[in-house]
Design a protein around this ligand. Structure first.
Ligand code: NAD
Ligand code: ZN
Length: 239
């Protein structure tokens, strides 16, 4: 397979989705039975669920934390970290994933647009920053309160909430000359629009994954394969 050439003037924007963590043993979203780890997403990933079903929401994310702690980065995460080490400031990574496998592989310039499993924040948006939190709460009574009195919630963007750091992401897309999209079905917005924004700015757009995404027509190239198998050695960085 021909490599993906990266010229000295290129700026690379990477978007990753659940597929890049699949080979690390973390299930992607749309499993065959329509459930995610045995749950219906609307029961555990929405603002309504948080209000009406708080204990179940925390139980679900406690399970995700436990699973994440056991997972290890795979060769695709390492390939992106190696690319960043070569490109430095010319590299930017936006992930839809809430796991921390990119960081554990060595990536530094990372934005988690859908939040992070390993953090919690106040449900009242009282202005305090999210805090690091690896705890796996056995019951709702164990979940701590913010100094303002609000209950701490997972630092996760629920369906219907606005993704994080979108201004920065838009700026980075506007100046990228190459967009790489890895392991995302192209069904969750606004992430599914990023490829169109990049095209408007004249960027090359490459998709990497075992099957074409829903928005495949917007890509200039599709590299078919499992990310962990095709990404090592895929990038040819010219100096
Ligand atoms: P998705 O489940 O909708 O799609 C997964 C995509 O990954 C599919 O297109 C599939 O073809 C591809 N894929 C499967 N195995 C792959 C592999 N080995 N290499 C490369 N690609 C592979 O996931 P999504 O588009 O990211 O959207 C789901 C939403 O759920 C996201 O918003 C994300 O926040 C969340 N989510 C996160 C995690 C995580 O943090 N690890 C896991 C599941 C879901
Ligand atoms: Zn608070």
């Amino acid at each position: 397979m021909a490599g993906i050439e990266i010229a000295p003037h290129d700026r690379v924007f990477v978007l990753t989705g659940a597929g890049i963590s699949a080979e690390s043993g973390l299930p992607t979203f749309r499993a065959e039975d329509g459930l995610w780890a045995g749950y219906r997403v609307e029961d555990v990933c929405t603002p309504d669920a948080w209000l009406c079903n708080t204990a179940e929401v925390w139980a679900f994310y406690a399970g995700r934390r436990a699973q994440d702690a056991k997972a290890l980065p795979n060769p695709a995460h390492f390939a992106l970290a190696a690319l960043e080490a070569q490109l430095g400031e010319r590299f930017f990574l936006c992930t839809q994933n809430v796991d921390d496998l990119h960081e554990r592989a060595g990536s530094v310039r990372v934005v988690h647009m859908h939040g992070e499993l390993a953090k919690s924040r106040c449900e009242r948006d009282c202005g305090r920053d999210p805090v690091e939190d690896h705890a796996i709460y056995a019951s709702l009574a164990d979940v701590p309160r913010c100094p303002c009195g609000g209950r701490m919630r997972p630092h996760i963007v629920f369906f219907g909430e606005i993704p994080l750091e979108m201004d920065r992401v838009q700026d980075e897309i506007a100046r990228a000359t190459l967009m790489l999209v890895v392991g995302t079905s192209g069904s969750v917005y606004p992430a599914a629009s990023f490829v169109h924004w990049a095209r408007q700015h004249g960027a090359r757009t490459v998709y990497i994954g075992p099957e074409p995404p829903l928005n495949a027509a917007a890509f200039t190239q599709v590299v078919e394969g499992k990310a962990g198998e095709v990404m090592p050695g895929l990038f040819v960085v010219r100096s």
